[in-house]
Design a protein around this ligand. Structure first.
Ligand code: SAH
Length: 256
């Protein structure tokens, strides 16, 4: 009997933000295939015997997507109940879509289990709503790190600068100078508020704020590293207005 694969979102990292269903499926699974993004607390709570890391290997190389795809099919064909655990939501820049297609092509039954995406929760825990009646009536989720094998950028930063809405950049720590530069050249105001939310909801979450003009310097001074979310737009200034009273379940939110 063929098993089943659950493409499960872990949420941003705080174990309390796993869905009830994700928690149950993890407990019941034979195998949990994961990378590092679900974070140390959630991963640490899963018995080592049923965890398989398909993220960065010890030698720093990434496990290929082909290997992960193959492994999912292989385990399901052995009759296993497999949880493919992904940070945030599986279908937001998580290659969950590719895995779903691969499973379907191999006639493996699968289920998508949504998770709380860091694209919304990351800004949120820093006191930044991704939309706001007065500041942003649209929000765009964008990758700062495109497939390096693509010749041309699929992201039209100039068009994004023109939306006037919030821009939430995932995988955007390394290329911050590139896209802040593009947005500035496209005419976005240099004093547009920008926030970086590092390891949102993890025990050591940090927030750093600046403007389109200063944020690269802020990143360097604070040593912000992935995983982090970049929020660009008027909403990023909301943080200043609410932070004194913002009490998230865990509110270490280091300040710059
Ligand atoms: N599927 C995930 C995103 C995967 S892409 C989701 O829905 O959240 C990986 C990127 O997600 C990271 O580079 C970072 O930009 C962002 N990310 C994921 N978890 C994060 C967290 N806890 N804090 C900040 N950024 C996070």
């Amino acid at each position: 009997m063929t098993g089943k694969v659950y493409l499960v979102g872990s949420g941003p990292g705080d174990p309390d933000l796993l869905t009830v269903k994700a928690k149950r499926l993890i407990d019941e699974a034979d195998v949990v295939l994961h990378d590092k993004l679900p974070g140390p607390e959630i991963l640490g709570s899963i018995p080592e015997a049923k965890r398989e890391d398909v993220g960065k290997r010890a030698d720093g190389e990434r496990t290929s997507q082909e290997y992960t795809n193959r492994r999912l099919v292989e385990l399901a064909e052995e009759g296993k109940t497999v949880v493919r655990l992904k940070g945030g939501d599986p279908f937001v820049f998580g290659r969950g879509g590719e895995e779903a297609e691969h499973l379907a092509a191999n006639e493996i039954p699968f289920e998508y289990v949504p998770g709380i995406t860091s694209a919304i929760a990351g800004p949120g825990v820093a006191g930044i709503p991704v939309t706001h009646r007065d500041h942003a009536s649209s929000v765009t989720f964008v990758t700062g790190h495109e497939d390096p094998t693509k010749d041309e950028s699929a992201v039209d930063w100039e068009a994004l600068a023109a939306t006037g809405g919030t821009l939430v950049v995932l995988m955007g720590v390394g290329k911050l100078p590139m896209y802040t530069g593009e947005l500035l050249s496209a005419g976005m105001a240099p004093d547009t508020p920008v926030a970086l939310v590092e390891r949102a909801t993890w025990a050591d979450q940090r927030v750093a704020v600046g403007t389109l003009e200063t944020i690269v310097e802020v990143r360097d001074e604070e040593g912000i590293e992935p995983p982090a979310i970049t929020v660009i737009g008027g909403v990023a200034a909301s943080r200043e207005r609410v932070k004194a009273f913002l009490q998230n379940g865990r509110n270490p939110v280091e300040e710059r």
